[in-house]
Design a protein around this ligand. Structure first.
Ligand code: GDP
Length: 299
């Protein structure tokens, strides 16, 4: 079994390829929940939903969030009622968030709610939120402290980040399901996700670093040179005092990383790194990189 640590864009692209090479029951995905928030009565878990929708064959692979060909009638109706939702939520996507919110209000854990929704969507991969308690990522800016969704979606990352903090300060324990998936894995794959806002919160959860030290870990860099392939990882790494390059990424994983994969085009030399084409611009390229990663994981 392979256990993957994932955010909501880079690693799901790799997961798309891994699913071509492995059966779903041989895959578990531990997903960041640092970007979760409540929106209009529903519980948005953006990274969990991207992974669920990918595995259910529903994902909008143009944006890497939401459901393909979704409609936005409810979002527009809310707007006409004067409710400006920060996140543009599609109607079918909203149904999942409302169901999750309802299950949580009834007392179910996030792990339990995810499991139920996954089963109803026909998802065979084990999709595991990193924790059952909140651990929300906030960006520090000169204009105050903003929830990650607020900073990234409302302000489009346009306000310079000065640092990142989490609420609450003390991270929650990883769930027992997560720790078991790390322990039982033949290898753990850290996909090319944002190291500070997607992988960072997972690593912070109690028990994860210890479990990774005992596992065989293959990590893939989301950087080429001094820029990520997409998104705000460069600015956020710099704001946290880390070099925004593959070298900086490896420095965050060094204590447990056995094999580090960086792009063939990357001008930043990382000693010992394996070079591969990590640009997953379509499903075929995802599969090629997945095969490289699985080969490394089998060694
Ligand atoms: P988020 O939850 O939407 O922030 O998504 P992730 O953290 O999972 O992914 C964002 C990261 O994915 C960014 O840092 C990108 O550089 C990286 N990324 C996106 N597509 C690719 C790709 O095709 N190859 C590589 N190597 N990285 C990618």
């Amino acid at each position: 079994m392979i256990t993957v640590l994932s955010g909501g864009t880079g690693t799901p692209k790799l997961l798309r390829g891994l699913r071509q090479r492995l059966s779903d029951r041989d895959l578990a995905v531990v997903v960041n929940t640092g970007e979760d928030c409540w929106v209009t009565g529903g519980h948005l878990s953006p990274d969990v939903d991207t992974v669920l929708y990918l595995c259910a064959g529903l994902l909008n692979e143009q944006t890497w969030w939401g459901i393909a060909e979704d409609t936005f009638a409810c979002h527009e109706a809310l707007r006409s009622l004067g409710e400006e939702e920060v996140v543009r939520i599609g109607d079918r996507d909203r149904a999942v968030q409302l169901l999750r919110g309802e299950l949580l209000r009834r007392g179910m854990t996030l792990t339990g709610a995810t499991d139920l929704i996954a089963a109803r969507l026909g998802v065979g991969v084990r999709v595991l939120p990193m924790a059952d308690e909140p651990y929300a990522t906030h960006v520090l800016t000169d204009e105050g402290r903003l929830h990650f969704q607020e900073w990234w979606v409302r302000y489009r990352g346009g306000i310079s980040p000065r640092g990142i903090v989490w609420e609450p300060v003390a991270p929650p324990p990883a769930t027992s399901e997560v720790l078991a998936a790390l322990r039982e894995a033949d290898a753990v794959v850290i996909g090319p996700s944002n190291p500070v806002t997607s992988i960072g919160p997972i690593l912070a959860c109690g028990g994860v670093r210890e479990a990774l030290r005992d596992a065989f870990v293959v990590a893939v860099s989301p950087f080429i040179g001094d820029a990520p392939v997409s998104g705000p990882a460069g600015a956020l790494m710099a704001a946290c005092g880390f070099e925004p390059t593959s070298r900086g990424v490896l420095s965050l994983y060094a204590e447990f990383c056995d094999v580090f994969v960086q792009d063939v085009r990357d001008p930043v030399a990382v000693p010992g790194a394996v070079r591969a084409d990590t640009l997953m611009t379509d499903a075929a390229r995802s599969e090629v990189l997945a095969e490289v990663v699985l080969d490394l994981a089998r060694r």
